[in-house]
Design a binder for this molecule. Structure first.
Ligand SMILES: [Cu+2]
Length: 144
């Protein structure tokens, strides 16, 4: 009796969570808002449980930037020319890069959760190449 009631509550919670979770599309563009080689939008605000959906685009990919993820989040990503679904499971900042265009500034930032990000200091300290560093500094300010 007790167990079945627990199952019912768990089922209800599961449904409630998935109903609230959103899919957020991000495009990978050779030319777009902010110049050449950009993610659009480049700054995404999301909640835990949402899925950031990078739409497949020729010559691009999306992958997490080592050091620029909340503690405990494994580094993952999509292959070249393919999409990548990132389900965000922890609050904080997630840095995204396109591998071939990283030095050309093709990066994005996802802020998950409200209030100050738990990894704000370590995220800001990560060294990025060329235009990526400049753009990311702007994105970090925007995501605050
Ligand atoms: Cu690219």
């Amino acid at each position: 009796m007790k167990l079945s009631r627990l199952c019912l509550v768990a089922t209800f919670l599961g449904v409630a969570t998935s109903a609230a979770a959103k899919d957020i599309p991000v495009q990978m563009l050779t030319s777009g808002p902010g110049g050449a080689m950009v993610f659009s939008p480049a700054v995404v605000k999301a909640n835990v449980g949402d899925t950031i959906r990078f739409i497949a685009s020729p010559s691009h990919n999306a992958e997490l930037i080592p050091g620029l993820v909340p503690a405990g989040v494994p580094i993952s990503g999509g292959k070249m020319n393919q999409g990548f679904d990132l389900k965000v499971t922890a609050a904080g900042l997630y840095g995204i890069k396109c591998k071939p265009h990283f030095a050309m500034g093709m990066v994005a930032l996802i802020k998950v959760g409200k209030g100050p990000a738990p990894n704000a200091a370590s995220a800001a300290a990560v060294k990025l190449p060329g235009l990526a560093a400049k753009r990311m500094a702007g994105y970090l300010t925007k995501a605050k």
